[in-house]
Design a protein around this ligand. Structure first.
Ligand code: PMP
Length: 460
């Protein structure tokens, strides 16, 4: 791939005529539930660049919602997919093993299995699905099946998917639930610790402990701890606003779950697969707090550079459901598995990408630190940038009013102003723009993105 830094090339006014025509047909024939934040219709991509139907080339700073890890049409991924689709595209993993998924499972497990304190080796297993929601559903089913308990605790601001179990767990927007009930019974929500907006009575440092206190309070007055199967949490919250909790939150949650025999599920669908500079976002806490190990991990999105596949990883002692009790026709599709292998080659550095250091994980940490530093420096010029936070290439910019409350209208205006200058971006939370580019982003491309953001923010 070319690594030559380029600028967006806008050839037409936005939207161009072809884009406008496709948007018109889309509005007539596709589901009324789809959102269209601005007029963009992709035609083809290369690296961190996407060209629309009218030939306008834009810098991609959202990567199809944190999916396009290796950018668009990465030659290593394209080759792997072509090779596998020419062999066989489907047989059904639920019934027959296939080497490409077996080796993918082994490869994923190397990133989570740890030596045990008794000198042995902790063993985990993998269930493959197609989407993040399916991995979450599998986690909930497995937690109930394994513990014989039913209640699940989730967090406010969370997003876990749109199937019935997953929307019940989701705690971010009521529009995901309105008119769709009744939902899954036996689900409770507790706040998520946000250092920028700590719970009343707590500080940025103590807000994690405050949430742990609220969970213990649930056990006293709302649901007995021995009826709780699992707590599911995003180690860094995605749709809710790209929030990094205080460092003592996940270790505290682990200890709480251990005290009560509760399964701890980390939903790594958005933050996982190298985006934060580690394979899983919860592993960033390791240096400071020692290894926090959950009982299950869900991954999807960035695992296969855009081909549909998800995985539920669980401790072997937990993944004990009976033969035939759970499966999926498409889950663990071999073409998607080939794309996942190629993606992992680049994430791990088995294959290097020009201009991106030893591995894409390393690049995410490196370019992410540069972006975070530069964006924080911009706060001096733009006081409405209330908070700039993140880890690696998982960065959130929160827009605030002078009184500090979230300014969603200004965020929307900023998003449009960036798009108008050729920067594809996506909102999240109440007033946040997420920066979640492909992990092949170079310093030069990051610099180009920063210049566009600065110009857009100046125009507000
Ligand atoms: N979990 C998290 C943390 C997510 O961010 C998402 C998607 N935004 C999901 C689950 C659901 O994934 P999918 O849309 O692939 O079902």
């Amino acid at each position: 791939p070319t690594t030559r830094p380029r600028q967006p090339e806008l050839r037409t006014a936005l939207p161009g005529p072809k884009t406008a025509a496709i948007m018109g047909r889309d509005a007539q024939h596709l589901s009324t539930s789809y959102m269209r934040p601005y007029p963009f219709v992709p035609d083809h991509g290369e690296g961190v660049w996407l060209t629309d139907a009218d030939g306008n080339t834009m810098l991609d700073f959202f990567a199809g919602i944190a999916v396009s890890t290796t950018g668009h049409a990465h030659p290593h991924v394209v080759r792997a997919v072509q090779e596998q689709v020419g062999k066989f595209a489907h047989v059904c993993l639920t019934d027959y093993p296939q080497e490409i998924t077996t080796s993918l499972a082994e490869r994923l497990l190397r990133h989570i299995e740890r030596p045990r304190s008794d000198g042995g080796h902790e063993k985990w297993r993998v269930f493959f699905g197609n989407s993040g929601a399916e991995a979450v559903e599998a986690a909930v089913k497995l937690a109930r099946n394994h513990t014989g308990r039913s209640h699940i605790i989730s967090t406010m601001g969370s997003f876990h998917g749109r199937t019935y179990g997953a929307i019940t767990l989701t705690g971010s927007k009521t529009k995901y639930k309105r008119g769709f009930g009744p939902l899954l019974p036996a689900v409770s929500h507790v706040p998520y610790p946000n250092p920028f907006r700590p719970l009343p009575g707590s500080t940025p440092e103590t807000c994690g402990q405050a949430v742990l206190g609220q969970i213990e309070a649930l056990f006293v007055g709302v649901v007995p701890a021995d009826e709780v199967a699992a707590i599911i949490v995003e180690p860094m919250q995605g749709e809710g606003g790209y929030i990094v909790p205080p460092a003592d939150f996940l270790p505290g949650l682990r200890a709480l779950c251990d005290r009560h025999g509760i399964m701890l599920i980390f939903d790594e669908v958005q933050a996982g697969m190298g985006r934060t500079g580690k394979m899983f976002s919860f592993q960033n806490a390791a240096a400071e707090w020692g290894d926090v190990q959950p009982d299950m991990v869900t991954v999807a999105k960035g695992i296969a550079s855009g081909l549909p596949i998800s995985a539920l990883l669980a401790r072997e002692s937990v993944m004990t459901w009976p033969v035939g009790s759970h499966g999926s026709t498409f889950g663990g599709n071999p073409v998607s598995a080939a794309a996942a292998h190629a993606t992992l080659d680049l994430l791990e550095g088995v294959v290097t990408h020009p201009g991106c250091g030893a591995s894409l994980m390393e690049n995410a940490a490196d370019v992410g630190t540069y972006l975070l530093t530069e964006l924080r420096a911009m706060q001096a010029e733009f006081p409405f940038l209330g908070d700039v936070r993140g880890q690696g290439l998982f960065i959130g910019l929160e827009f605030v009013k002078p009184d500090g409350s979230p300014d969603g209208a200004l965020r929307d205006a900023a998003s449009l102003a960036m798009f108008g200058r050729g920067l594809l971006n996506l909102d999240c939370g109440e007033a946040v723009i997420r920066v979640s580019p492909p992990l092949i982003l170079t310093h030069e491309e990051a610099h180009t993105g920063l210049e566009i953001m600065r110009a857009a923010l100046r125009s507000l």
